[in-house]
Design a protein around this ligand. Structure first.
Ligand code: ADP
Ligand code: MG
Length: 235
């Protein structure tokens, strides 16, 4: 039985133009991700990981090629429609957490709910559940600067899950954490994948993430160079 394809990238290319200089950050990437998969894309700094992740989540548009989420071609969407796809279908987790400093943990988790017009009472219930899920029920009213790095990343993961997105995209989620805290975050992403049946794509250079992946893809100079077996023996 093959599960549904949730995300596809076809011949993705991204050239950044800086004056007269062109940087080919992404040079023809094809990818097919199935519902519930945990995919890790490994590459050194500068290999095009963030560029790829931004294109997959509709934060940026490709120079060539296209991305489809549940069969919907993102290149055919207006900027407003693309913003709506990001809000409802994609959850982002970043290396530096990117939380709103003036909002509490709860406020950060509720922000995407309010943007999606979820009523206040429901948003409160949902943010409570999500902060419980990530182990922060005692920290709901703390602001980011009153939380450790690992706790901030947990808030970011709860926020990413707020609108029950189809896909969670994480850009070096352990890159700014010490070893033990990074391991906890990897464990949490794995639980989110296994228990919530959430599709997860992580780009990183943290080899430890390969241990929880269904599939590992290596990236170099804007291209995929190899695919390795992940934990389930899948390609
Ligand atoms: N906004 C940008 N403008 C110009 N060049 C960029 C921009 N973003 C990234 N690049 C270049 O594209 C390449 C890939 O960058 P990036 O996707 O950030 O790689 P990674 O996330 O793997 O470190 C690098 O050579 C980088 O310098
Ligand atoms: Mg990067």
């Amino acid at each position: 039985m093959s599960s549904a394809v949730i995300l596809e990238a076809e011949n993705l290319q991204r050239i950044y133009k800086m004056g007269s200089v062109e940087v080919g950050a992404l040079r023809g990437v094809d990818l097919e991700v199935h519902h519930g998969e945990f995919v890790v894309i490994l590459g050194v700094s500068g290999s095009g990981k963030s560029t790829l992740l931004h294109l997959l989540g509709g934060l940026d548009r490709p120079t060539e090629g296209r991305v489809l989420i549940e069969g919907e071609d993102l290149s055919e969407l207006s900027d407003n429609q693309l913003a709506d796809v990001r809000l409802r279908k994609v959850g982002f987790v970043f290396r530096f957490f990117n939380l709103m400093p003036q909002l509490t943990a709860r406020g950060n988790v509720e922000l995407p709910l309010f943007l999606a017009d979820v009523p206040a009472q429901e948003a409160k219930t949902r943010s409570t559940e999500l902060l419980d899920l990530v182990g922060l029920s005692e920290r709901r009213d703390h602001r980011p600067m009153e939380l450790s790095g690992g706790e901030q990343q947990r808030v970011a993961i709860a926020r990413a899950l707020a609108n029950q997105p189809k896909i969670v995209l994480a850009d070096e989620p352990t890159g700014n954490l010490d070893t033990a805290t990074g391991a906890d975050i990897i464990q949490l992403l794995r639980e989110v994948n296994e228990e919530q049946r959430q599709t997860v794509i992580v780009v990183c250079h943290d080899q430890r993430l390969t241990s929880v992946a269904d599939r590992v893809i290596e990236m170099r100079d804007g291209q995929f160079v190899s695919k390795r077996l992940g934990k389930g023996g899948k390609m």
